[in-house]
Write a protein that binds this ligand. Structure first.
Ligand code: NOJ
Length: 545
């Protein structure tokens, strides 16, 4: 087994800075315009230098790519567009040698319609594989209506009719049939898949749609006015037993192997049940991601997050963006800084300078908070959402599934700019195919190369902040809230002390005097000892907890 990073049995995941690799957009090693393992391996020194502790890779499995790899046809092999199993094994060893742990993406709610199980089930209504999916007769005189009224997450009915006349459930695209977790074969298969990858040396699994695996018995209609806290296709009680079984497996391995859940649920009470001590280790904090970037909203969500995680002794996480959201540089430049999957507000006016100033402040805020933190690739470059991809180049199934009303998620998935003055900006070797999504010409100022040479760049800020953050792990998990220059959170300033670290974010309209302490780092220039609006500062040397 490849060597693991040197923290042995410490609970590294409680404080880790985890960098999300959206593999097809990170770095292209073979020149086909799509990111791959060869590209990623060549950029490991960059990630080490950035100062993160672990990598989370979006799905790398064999896939027809109907949903960018979240439609898996073979859970034990790598798609040729990304590489092969030997390269994955070499990558794990190299990442570990760089001190980086690796979390891969497990997709258990659904597979690809090309998965051999689904192919067998489609071919023969008597096949044993049928029980591993949700095949149901339709309603109506001739079964011509879907079995129930569920709508898919990307829009449109959650059912597709087969050539045999019955229907199958897919909460995402028709190419992603939902697995039936009542089937013992499904449970056994995924436990085996976990062992396969843990044996190969991965340090953890991000669980896709972790709230959705089990469904309410009888698959009842949601009805005309669904209660978002009680939907028949998510957060049903049976799901917790699955994670308890998985936790027993991860605990049987050495080196603190972990699960992080993609748990999108409306209330903290529902979400926190996934983090009980015998279930998942952590989950993404979507309440924080979706909230407004205002002082009162931040204070509230931080307090609620800390309180709810304390009840189960799980580490909170802080997430600003991922491959499904609008990049926060763009969100934070808008009048309304919140995010919602049901309305991404594509094209809403956004002030790029304001968005970037706030994004830099937000990075320092999240890095100062107790728990784990996620950096989505490109956050460290201050990349904005790309809002003008020509519609004929959009790849996300959200676009057709929404009846061409929602451009979807391609704007946050544009390949990274590494170097040079024009596309592909070092993403692929010069002269190679154009990247799978077009990069804006203006990104020449945002390349890794350009930003590495500038001490005031966003990349330089991230490098400095992540290096300093390493020692924050030893600080207390509790915050002492402060006023700064007479302003409280209600008046626009988020300020707290954690051990000897003071963190202050000014979201008020006026500059504020810095609290006592020695200035360690700031997200923008300090003017005459005052912190300008939309700026965050870290100070040390004063302690009161
Ligand atoms: C959540 C993933 O993050 C997203 O990209 C994907 O489309 C859905 N789950 C379905 O797998």
């Amino acid at each position: 087994m490849p060597a693991t990073p040197d923290t042995g049995t410490t609970a590294w995941w409680r404080t880790a800075a985890i960098y999300q690799i959206y593999l097809r957009s990170f770095a292209d090693g073979d020149g086909d315009g799509v990111g791959d393992l060869a590209g990623l391996r060549s950029r490991l020194p960059y990630l080490r230098r950035l100062g993160v502790d672990a990598l989370w890779l979006t799905p790398w499995y064999v896939s027809p790519m109907a949903d960018a790899g979240y439609d898996v046809a073979d859970y034990r092999d790598i798609d040729p567009v990304f590489g092969d199993l030997d390269q994955a094994t070499a990558f794990l060893a190299e990442a570990h040698a760089h001190g980086l742990r690796v979390i891969i993406d497990l997709v258990p709610n659904h597979c690809s319609d090309r998965h051999p199980w689904f192919q067998a089930a489609l071919a023969d209504p008597a096949a044993p594989e049928r029980d591993r999916f949700w095949f149901q007769p339709g309603r109506g005189e001739h079964g011509e209506l879907p079995p129930n009224d569920w709508q898919g997450y990307f829009g449109g009915p959650a059912w597709t009719r087969t050539s045999h006349g019955d229907w199958y459930l897919h909460m995402f695209t028709p190419e992603q049939p939902d697995l039936n977790w009542e089937s013992p074969a499904v449970r056994a298969e995924f436990e085996d898949i976990l062992r396969f990858w843990f044996d190969l040396g991965v340090d953890g699994m991000r669980i896709d749609v972790a709230h959705g695996l089990t469904k309410k018995p009888g698959l009842p209609d949601v009805g005309p006015e669904p209660d978002p806290t009680d939907l028949p296709y998510q957060d049903t009680d049976g799901v917790h037993e699955i994670y308890r079984a998985w936790r027993r497996i991860s605990d049987s391995y050495d080196g603190e192997r972990v699960f992080v859940g993609e748990v999108w649920l409306p209330t903290p009470e529902q979400y926190i049940r996934y983090l009980r001590p015998d279930e998942l280790h952590s989950a993404f904090n979507f309440d924080f991601l979706c909230g407004a970037f205002t002082a009162p909203a931040l204070r509230k969500v931080i307090d609620e997050t800390l309180a709810v995680h304390r009840t189960v002794d799980a580490p909170p996480t802080w997430v600003l963006s991922n491959h499904d959201t609008i990049r926060h540089v763009t969100r934070y430049g808008r009048e309304d800084t919140t995010f919602s999957v049901s309305d991404r507000r594509h094209g809403a006016p956004s002030d790029p300078d304001l968005g970037l100033r706030r994004a830099r402040a937000a990075a320092l805020l999240t890095f100062a908070l107790p728990g784990g933190v996620y950096v989505y690739q490109g956050d460290e470059l201050g990349l904005p959402e790309v809002e003008d991809i020509p519609v004929d180049q959009l790849q996300d199934p959200t676009w057709p599934r929404s009846g061409f009303t929602d451009r979807g998620r391609d704007g946050c998935r544009v390949p990274l700019p590494w170097s040079a003055d024009s596309p592909p900006f070092g993403f692929s070797a010069d002269g190679a195919a154009q990247p799978w999504l077009p990069q804006p010409a203006g990104w020449k100022a945002l390349t890794v190369e350009a930003q590495s040479a500038d001490p005031d760049s966003t990349l330089s800020l991230y490098r400095a902040a992540l290096a300093l953050r390493r020692r924050f792990a030893a600080l207390p998990g509790e915050l002492v809230w402060l006023d700064a220059d007479g302003l409280s959170a209600a008046e626009g300033v988020v300020a707290f002390r954690r051990g000897d670290l003071t963190c202050v974010v000014n979201l008020s309209a006026r500059p504020v005097a810095l609290p006592p302490g020695d200035l360690l780092l700031a997200s923008g220039p300090i003017e005459d000892g005052r912190l300008p609006a939309d700026t965050c500062a870290w100070l040390v040397g004063v302690t009161d907890n």
